[in-house]
Write a protein that binds this ligand. Sequence first.
Ligand SMILES: [Zn+2]
Length: 377
Amino acid sequence: MANNLKTTTMAWGSPGRYIQGPGEISNLPKYTTKFGDNVFVVIDQFFYEDLTKKLSALYEALPGEFKTVVFNTEVSEEQIAATSAIAKEINPSVIVGIGGGKTLDTAKAVADDLHVPVIVSPTSASTDAPTSSLSVIYKPNGEHSHARHYIKNPDIVLIDSRIIADAPARFLVSGMGDALATVFEAKANQASDSANYIAGESGEFRRTKTAMVVAQACYDMLIENGLKAKIAAENHCITEALETIIEVNTLMSGLGFENTGCAAAHSVQEGITAVPTAGRMLHGEQVAFGTICELVAENAPSELIDEVVDFCMSVGLPITLEDVKVDATDENIRIIAESSVKNSYWAAQPAPVTVEAVMDIVKAADALGHYYYNTQK
Ligand SMILES: [Zn+2]
């Protein structure tokens, strides 16, 4: 269903600052000082002890209050309220989140509740969520609940490339899967003239030319640097290719998706999450298979499918249902299609779809993936 906008007004959104480099977490005081002296930090369990020690030493000589808390298992409204209450005790000038997506989403929500700036520092480059102006909220039992949209993106996105290089390479590769979809979904949204995700509280807006340029650059740099970056990450080496892919996965993909929109690839990804066995796979891994589905849905040129599939195979991203831990039964494919059509972004595709059509797209994409595996043996 082409989703024709009734406006020609465009909107663009982005984080206030984006800072990326080796050892940058040690410069945190330089960045928080801009906002004031009282600093409240939410940190992932894995990094909590180390970073609390390291950062406390840095803040010791500075005026104001400094407090860290460990991220507590789930990003639920209950947990956000509890964390906001602790933060309030020091009257924070700025909230900082250091860790994975849920930790950053908690920091964003707490900052929004207390009306103070937020700095997010992702510890892996596994998705493009850090730069965005939303948090995904779960119920205390871990079920998806809702999204919270904010009027602005994070004030600073701070990335320490050393931390990313030390993380398992699988996270970086998953981030590449998320970034892979960006340009195709951007073009689908352009073709259907759908609204992007910027300033939704104020109305609906068109994508800017800037957004389309960023989405294309995201793809080009991914294809050029992905394999080199994966090999560097496996060896925990910071190279120019790795720095490029960290930027591609986080900044370019993040700006791209929020300023243009999601489409078939993320629709299939969300459908896959409805299959119980798929829970073991990462978001970007599922998006990679979703991207193959989008190319099938759009009947993309064979050379383009070759390029995308070759890329996925070179870095180890999924191209079949089996790769995303889903048995290719009609029952599972129907679950994917039904959930995908009901909850997702198919309306942003230029051509309308039905559940049956999506089932065929997913089946054909899976068969295509197997064809490539068989011919490469
Ligand atoms: Zn995504």
